[in-house]
Each structure stands twice: as structure tokens, then as C-alpha cells.
Design a protein around this ligand. Sequence first.
Ligand code: PLP
Length: 422
Amino acid sequence: MNNRTIPFDKAKLEEIAAKWPTPFHIYDAKAIRENAKRLKKAFSWNKGFREYFAVKAAPNPHLMKLLKEFDFGSDCSSMAELVLSEKVGNVGESIMFTSNDTPAEEFRKAWELGAIVNFDDVSHIPFFFESVGAADFSKSLFCCRYNPGPLKGGNAIIGKPEEAKYGFTREQLFDGYAQLKAAGVTRFGIHTMVASNELDPEYIIDTAKMLFTLVGELHDGLGIDFEFVNIGGGVGIPYRPDQKAMDLSVVGTGIEKGYRELIEGRGLKPLKLFMECGRCITGPYGYLVARVRHIKKTYRLYAGLDACMSNLMRPALYGAYHEIVVPGKEGSGDTTVYDVTGSLCENNDKFAIQRVLPVLERGDLVVICDAGAHGHAMGFQYNGKLRSAELLLESDGSVREIRRAETLDDYFATLDFSKLGD
Ligand SMILES: *Cc1c(COP(=O)(O)O)cnc(C)c1O
């Protein structure tokens, strides 16, 4: 049985659910703020440290605005994410445009917004120049994404770097920066993202050191200086009760040590450290709240919720574990084993398989934890399931709707029934 604490009790949740019917996602603003402060503190040794929130993890402008209080920028990879960022006032170098397989119009939009353009491939450099046309590139920051391939060991979600579609090879980096330099670019950054949901601080520290070394080599080879190193996202969160959160201060201290040795020690120009985390910024502070709709007993015991995998597909997609809390029944000795399901016509529509939970009844509220990143955002409408509302639990305990629930009209909005004929 878990002992996970959640920022609301049963009475409070019932009060919220009376106004916004389940299922809904709710984010804890206070906890998001405290975590943002922790992250900044861990890297306060680095002048210019900046987190660019990976918008795809929780593409809600109200959350982005909350993060902007801490001067977090936006890591965008699509037109919609660029527009969201623009709407919250993150423009210019507050945008890191880390896309791949990029269409020309997105390069143009990123360029118009003054974003830091991060190239995913060496062939995208001439494509970018072609897409935006003649311009003065000397004042803008450009970046290339490195894929170390077999030079770096694998990670569970992203897998082996050499099998990942992202980034330049080492040789291509030298070519890419030379091309940029030839086009008049004078301001450079370098990026990599080789982990996802990684809990080992050493992996993140090693990634930063790998880039610091590369900065020295590119400096020596091409005579260019770098303004920043972006180590990407990928900091994991403890989904399982036996996992431990990554201690950001350990990561900060480890990277600082590498910086002193590999950047300062080599007499290279000062570098800003950038990150583009999503998961560890909002993940643990978002909850999917649902109600038990039916209890069914056949060969197994099923608790059917009014939420389904279209509200949170990580369990179905990756077999991911998400802690489940039943408010009012926490710590109850009266437990049994359930498969917790949704109503989708897909047998993998399960939030938990053979999970020990307090004995459930129809109408019980159920809170699925760690749904704050790559949760609502991955939602879909298969089977006509509608995306839920998103709510924000403010620091003063009040609740605000930050996205309304979809309606059937939203679902049918792209159809014109009048054209059906008789
Ligand atoms: C997904 C992604 C991130 C965020 O990853 P998290 O695991 O949520 O921290 C950052 N940068 C890039 C390029 C990504 O694709």
C-alpha cells in the first residue's frame, strides 16, 4: 500500500467535482512553484542558467505563464507550441525551437519570433536559409543538436542514441557549425537530449560533461565560441513508490564540477547552461481525478472509471506505473486487487493491472498521480472520448479552470452533417 500524499482531501475534491464533473486533470500551483525554485537554486552557480519548459509536456498557457514567473522560457517543437509561447509572451531568445523533420513554415515562424533555432540535421541548415530568405544572421543565436550515437550508453525510454532519429553525428557538427559561420552567424549554442525519465544523476552530469568537452573541440577546430550548452530534458520522476526523486542539487554540483574543469580549466569563454525539462517540472504536480463507475467481477475484479486511456495513455503506451490514491480510504486495511480500467474498446485501456487498492465502490473518487506531464497533452479522441478539463489548484487553495472540457460539438466541429444529403 502506498503512502503518497496529495494536496486535497476527499471533502475538497468532492467540492471541486461538484463544479467540474470527473474526469479532470488538476495541477498544484504551489508545488510547481516550489519545485521551480529548487531547480533554479541547484544551478545558481551558473550565470545565465535557464530552463526552457518543454511545452509538449503540458501545453497549457496558464501553466506556461506560471512558469514564466521564474523566467522559464519555452522549448517548442511545432507551430502550435510556437503560437502558445507567443501568446504567453515568451518570444525572442525565450524560445528554444528544438524541432525535427521541420517544415519551412515553422522555421519561418521561429525566425519571425526571434527564437533560438536548434537544428536537428545538417541538411536543415541550407533548408532554413532557403526558407527564411536573405537576412542578417549575425545577431541571432543558432544551435545544433548532437546525437553521440554509440559514444553514449542507452536510456530506457529514448533507447540507444544510435537508433534515435534525432541530431547530428559528431562529424556533421563540425560541418554544420562551419556552414553557419560561413553564413555570417556569430552566436552559437549546442544541444543534446539523450535521456527520458532518467533517475540517475550521473547520466545527466555525464551528458553535460560530454557537451563541455565538445565545446572545447569545436572551439579548437573551427575557432568559434559558444554562448550556451543545452542538456535537454529527460530528468525523471519517481512514478513508483520504491523510486527516489533525482536530487537536483547533486546534478547541479556535479555539472558545476565538470564546468570548472572542462570550460574554465581550459580557458574557454563562460557558458550559460540551459535545460529543457518537461516531466520533472509539472509531472508530479498534476493529478487525473476520476470516479469509479462500475465494479465488475469475472475472472478478475475490475474497477471501471469514468476516465480512460485517452486522458492518460502512459500506462497503455509504455506499461507505465502510476500511483493511485483513493481519498478518504487512504491507509485502509480493507484492500483487494483490481485491474483499473477505462471504457475504451481496447483491452490495454487500464490504469493499473492487479493493483492492491482499498475496497472500491461505485462513486468513489480515485486520484491517479504523476499525470502532470505527458498526461492530458497526449490525449486523443478515439472512440469519441472527449478530452477533459484542466484545473489549477492555486496557492491560496482556490481552484481555477484553465481549460474547459471538450463537448460533443467540439468533437463534431470538423464535420458538416448538412452535406450528408437525404
Ligand atoms: C520531450 C522533449 C523534452 C522534454 O523531455 P522531458 O522528459 O519531459 O523532460 C525536451 N527536449 C526535447 C527536444 C524533447 O523532445
